[in-house]
Design a protein around this ligand. Structure first.
Ligand SMILES: [Zn+2]
Length: 343
């Protein structure tokens, strides 16, 4: 089968379309014929050596994927050949203390697609049956493939940890990336007031089209001053943070007393000044998030179906153009998910 594999740590140039061995299905597993994959920033980290993510070479890239069931156990009550499925990307051990308490995404032996095992940029993949979720009625496979990483992470940030409600004001840095857009859609679904930032007016306009209440162009406006102006000098209840060193100081100062930062990334660096006095005097809360549990995926699919929310798609590239797709992501030109069309 064809697969987009990372052969060496030479940046995007290390990604090649190659023939890879067909995965073998065991009982309890499902062979999925993949139709769509989606890109994430972790793909770029892997190209550069992994940023601490333990992985093997060659490595098939891709955390997010959707396709159809090609083979499953004959007695599986929930799946049959031909079913359209989206993959929950974390395979967990089921036995460690975190799995036993139901927070499986904290599993000490977690293996994530495209990170600790071969991913979704391939024609086929084998997954545990429990990782296969039905694609909602009426959704395209592009939309389904856009759901796992960005939307799951955003759901845990905004709903589970951020506990955002209708009275809350939420600041989202760097609108355009998958998590930021997902956080905007989810926060608006919950009735919150949302402020977004970007250096590009066209991204801010698109965000307003998705319901953003206020937009700040940080290339020519001072973000903190504008946030304080927009909130009557009060500050926001929640900051959705994935930028890191460049925005962390503003994030801390933009928060109201008792406010919450939810952080899922640090693209500009991971060691900003902590400003601990501000954290304890103003009783701020900081939550780290990576992906979410399968139950959160189920809740999100139900909520999105009920509220008519679909993942935002930026663009599509065929499987033999994964490097070009990665270049688009690396240049931060996208607004929404970048899709890989497999077949
Ligand atoms: Zn576990």
């Amino acid at each position: 089968m064809r697969a987009a594999r990372l052969l060496s740590h030479d940046g995007i140039a290390g990604v090649k379309l190659v023939e890879a061995p067909m995965p073998e299905r065991r009982p309890g597993e499902v062979l999925v014929r993949l139709h769509r994959a989606c890109l994430n920033h972790v793909d770029l980290y892997l190209c550069k050596g992994g940023s601490g993510i333990t992985h093997a070479l060659p490595q098939t890239l891709g955390v997010d994927g959707a396709g159809e069931v090609a083979e499953c156990d004959a007695g599986d009550a929930n799946l049959k050949v031909g079913d359209k499925v989206v993959l929950y990307p974390a395979i967990t051990c089921g036995r460690c203390e975190f799995c036993l308490r139901g927070d499986v995404i904290l599993c000490t032996r977690v293996r994530i697609l495209g990170e600790q095992r071969d991913g979704t940029m391939a024609e086929y993949i084998v997954m545990p049956a429990a990782n296969c979720f039905a694609v909602p009625e009426g959704w395209t496979l592009d939309e389904a493939a856009g759901l796992p990483t960005a939307y799951l992470t955003a759901w845990r940030m905004v709903v589970t940890r951020g506990a955002v409600g209708p009275s809350d004001r939420v600041l989202i840095h760097g609108i355009g990336g998958g998590v930021s857009i997902a956080a905007l859609q989810i926060a608006k679904m919950l009735g919150a007031t949302v402020i977004v930032t970007s250096a590009h007016d066209e991204k801010l306009d698109k965000a307003k089209g998705l319901g953003a209440d206020h937009a700040i162009n940080y290339a020519r406006e001072e973000v903190l001053a504008r946030v304080m102006e927009m909130t009557g000098k009060r500050g926001v209840d929640v900051v959705v943070e994935n930028v890191g060193e460049k925005t962390w100081g503003v994030s801390l100062r933009a928060l109201v007393r008792g406010g919450r930062i939810v952080v899922c990334g640090a693209t500009t660096g991971g060691t900003p000044a902590a400003d601990l006095q501000r954290v304890f005097i103003r009783q701020l809360q900081i939550f780290g998030v990576t992906l979410a549990n399968p139950g959160e995926l189920r809740d999100m699919i139900r909520a999105f179906t009920a509220n008519g929310i679909r993942p935002v798609i930026d663009s599509s590239y065929p499987l033999d153009q994964v490097p070009q797709a990665l270049e688009r992501l690396a240049a931060a030109r996208q607004f929404g998910k970048v899709v890989v069309e497999i077949n």
